[in-house]
Write a protein that binds this ligand. Structure first.
Ligand SMILES: [Zn+2]
Length: 336
């Protein structure tokens, strides 16, 4: 075992003496190209509308100039990847706007491809909770305990959504519903329709978290009955971490994801050290974003420093990719 020379030979403060020295020896750095900006497109709107529960963010009409401008501004700042969420005009039992070829996400992607081309990396969130009247990520059915989520019937809908998103021009399909076998089903569906070049970024390790509050407001996607604990993961269970991640690897995921980020930095670190073959993404979720916003608003800290410290911690834990509502603010700072 390597033993450090003792004080006074060892003086760690030597390498913290000036900003230039600190910058020289720093080994964790953030770049705008690490960041993914979530974007919300709503087909009920004629013009952009601010999102109250996510200050600084807007709903964009799918085929609007403002959406194109928003993506263009991000590209100029070096943020090159986007995760699209759709808000339908009407929710129905079948979540039909999730896979409609003229659904909000599909329309938005086609519009961005037409106006900007293929420079932006576009990932499409794939789930039904924001589109279905019941608000669950899977199809409900009657079962012996009352109502359950029908895993395998849900996969059939996921296949349709994936193909429609790929057909619209998505680079990456990002299934977030935590159904067993979702990556396999989506890979098969994509390959079967000629989309073998479309990647899958799986929400592999996604917890039933209380930090999603603002997002559920944004999407109006809270379950109308029950909760999501029969499919999202239990924060106190560590057996499922590798199980979920390795199953997704085996099923063909290209990128793995941990969600949320801050309360699960240990999980990010574990996956970073055990699965070195796949890029790892972390979702710095809406509740984490609001924690920083509210601390700063209350005068308890500086927004920029709080934000950079949070993002650095996620990078240091081992995330290669950070999906974050801070993306544009962070990119502005990082570019000086
Ligand atoms: Zn969902």
């Amino acid at each position: 075992m390597f033993v450090l020379p003792e004080f006074p030979v060892s003086r760690p403060r030597r390498l913290r003496l000036t900003t230039a020295i600190r910058d020289l020896v720093r080994d964790v750095s953030l770049s705008p190209s690490d960041l993914v900006l979530p974007v919300f497109v709503s087909e009920a709107l004629e013009r952009p509308a601010p999102i109250e529960s996510l200050p600084g963010h807007y709903y964009y009409p799918p085929t609007s100039k403002e959406l194109v401008d928003h993506i263009g501004r991000a590209l100029e700042l070096g943020v090159k990847a986007f995760l699209l969420f759709g808000v339908p005009k009407v929710k129905d039992e079948a979540a039909s706007r999730a896979y409609a070829s003229d659904g909000p996400v599909q329309e938005a992607i086609r519009h961005i491809r037409k106006e900007i081309g293929w420079e932006p990396v576009i990932a499409a969130d794939l789930c039904i909770c924001g589109y279905a009247s019941h608000g669950h990520c899977g199809v409900p059915k009657k079962c012996r305990r009352g109502v359950c989520i029908d895993n395998d019937a849900t996969l059939e809908i996921y296949r349709r959504i994936a193909v429609s998103q790929a057909d619209a021009g998505a680079d990456i399909i990002a299934p977030s519903g935590m159904m067993d076998g979702q990556v396999k089903a989506i890979r098969e569906a994509l390959d079967g329709e000629g989309f073998s070049d479309v990647s899958i970024m799986s929400y592999s390790v996604k917890y039933a978290s209380s930090f999603y509050g603002p997002f559920r407001d944004v999407m109006d996607s809270a379950p109308r009955w029950g909760d999501r604990r029969s499919y999202q993961m239990d924060p106190g269970n560590t057996h499922d971490i590798l199980k979920e991640a390795l199953l997704d690897v085996a099923e063909g995921a290209d990128i793995l994801m941990v969600k949320p980020a801050l309360p699960y930095l240990d999980v990010i670190y574990r996956l970073h050290t055990t699965i070195t073959t796949h890029p790892l993404a972390a979702y710095n979720v809406s509740g984490e974003y609001m924690m920083v916003k509210l601390l700063a608003e209350g005068g308890y800290g500086d927004y920029n420093s709080l934000m950079l410290e949070v993002l650095t911690s996620i990078k240091r834990a081992g995330a290669d990719i950070i999906i974050t509502y801070h993306a544009l603010d962070a990119a502005k700072l990082l570019r000086g």
